[in-house]
Design a protein around this ligand. Structure first.
Ligand code: ATP
Length: 379
């Protein structure tokens, strides 16, 4: 059984159905991120898990122990769930020093003074703010205040740490730094972390698993790289990735028992039938910008396009190309120069393609075993 289990959670605010049958399993030690646009129910799910909000339907179990049941209206108090929450607005006590803010979490545990001091200092050290222990929150930068809030959350050694957009008040540079710090902290502590964000880069770079939310539902739960390469739904394919995915209207015809052809502005692509799980005549074809191969002369399998714009960003260049009715985004490593309005030849890397049903939005192609990539394999 999973460490944390949510089963059939439904939540209403007034007449608004904000969580629709949310079911999710989280393993011990996971860094699970709830990702999705504003208002899709991420924070509400986190608050229900923490015991700060109550669901009308559904169960929650932590370590095999039932902590909430909507039907019988049983809700264990937050303090009995062995978890701690870090909010977006640090919620530090302004009249207490950094040391006092962090030690506050240990009050009521009747620990010897020396042990409290050791625990607080160890947690400040982990967040690299021990030198600031005698300062007041008003004497700290936003980034330092956020570190104090995290130090306060980990000092009690919770089994589960819940983080609700903890980096959103920081400037872009600090956010990137703190991502690395949080990932390191997760590695050091081994604590199960559940992290809420609408920033897909944050989710991709830090998580062991991501749950993508949309309008109160979970569309996909997967490892970040799987989510990126094989979005299960068009909405996920749209939400994850920068520059954005390319979407092409396409039609699919069977050419033989063992193959079929996808016709689109990328030409006619012949695929093996075993690649498909479902079939539809009209499909949406997606290809990531880095899976488009460009050449200046026609090659086997290329289609002709016209360069509309070239956007060099230093490490990579994004090129906008008109191919038939579609404007494609291609990403090339380094600085690449194409003249606007010049002709370019485009080909898709077949391994980077996904097909979707145009109405349901569900992916039609399989993820085969050899395509599964696990970034948690260390070399
Ligand atoms: P954000 O990223 O903006 O924080 P979110 O995905 O975390 O968004 P929630 O905060 O969970 O979304 O909100 C989900 C829906 O529930 C929204 O439509 C929101 O307006 C509504 N909602 C949240 N809390 C309450 C509340 N206390 N009373 C009424 N409606 C609420």
């Amino acid at each position: 059984m999973s460490f944390i289990k949510l089963e059939g959670i439904n939540k209403y605010f007034g007449g608004q159905h904000v969580l629709k049958n949310i079911s999710l399993e989280i393993e011990e030690g996971d860094f699970m991120t709830f990702l999705g646009p504003s208002g899709c129910g991420k924070t509400t799910t986190l608050r229900i898990l923490a015991g700060l909000e109550q669901q009308e339907e559904g169960l929650i179990a932590i370590s095999d122990k039932l902590v909430a049941d909507g039907q019988s209206q049983y809700f264990a108090p937050p303090a009995d769930r062995k978890l701690n929450l870090v909010f977006q607005n640090y919620a530090l006590w302004p009249h207490m020093t950094v040391f006092e803010n962090v030690s506050f979490g240990l009050e009521g545990r009747k620990l010897p003074k020396k042990e409290i001091k050791n625990k607080v200092e160890a947690s400040l050290q982990k967040l690299q703010i021990l030198d600031y222990k005698d300062r007041y929150p008003s004497e700290l930068s936003g980034g330092q205040q956020q570190r104090v809030a995290i130090a306060r959350a980990i000092v009690t050694e919770p089994n589960i740490l819940l983080l609700d957009e903890p980096l959103s008040n920081l400037d872009a540079k600090l956010r990137v730094e703190m991502r690395a710090e949080l990932k390191r902290l997760h590695h050091e502590l081994g604590t199960t972390m559940i992290y809420v964000t609408h920033d897909q880069v944050e989710a991709m770079t830090m998580s062991t698993k991501i749950a993508v939310f949309s309008e109160g539902e979970i569309l996909q739960v997967d490892k970040p790289i799987q989510l990126y390469q094989y979005p299960a739904h068009l909405t996920v394919a749209q939400f994850v990735g920068n520059p954005a995915n390319n979407f092409l209207h396409a039609t699919c015809t069977k050419s033989s028992n063992s193959s079929f052809i996808i016709h689109s502005d990328l030409g006619d692509l012949v695929m093996n039938s075993s690649w498909l799980e479902g079939f539809s005549d009209d499909v949406v074809l997606t290809v990531r910008p880095e899976d488009l191969v460009l050449s200046r002369t026609p090659q086997k399998g290329t289609v002709q396009g016209t360069v509309r714009a070239v956007l060099p960003a230093g490490p990579e260049t994004t090129i906008h190309i008109q191919c038939g009715e579609t404007v494609l985004l291609a990403k090339q490593m380094g600085i690449v120069n194409y003249l606007p309005d010049s002709t370019v030849y485009v080909k898709a890397n077949l391994e980077g393609l996904n097909l979707y049903h145009p109405n349901s939005g569900h992916r039609l192609n399989k993820v085969t075993a050899h395509q599964e990539v696990d970034l948690n394999v260390y070399v």
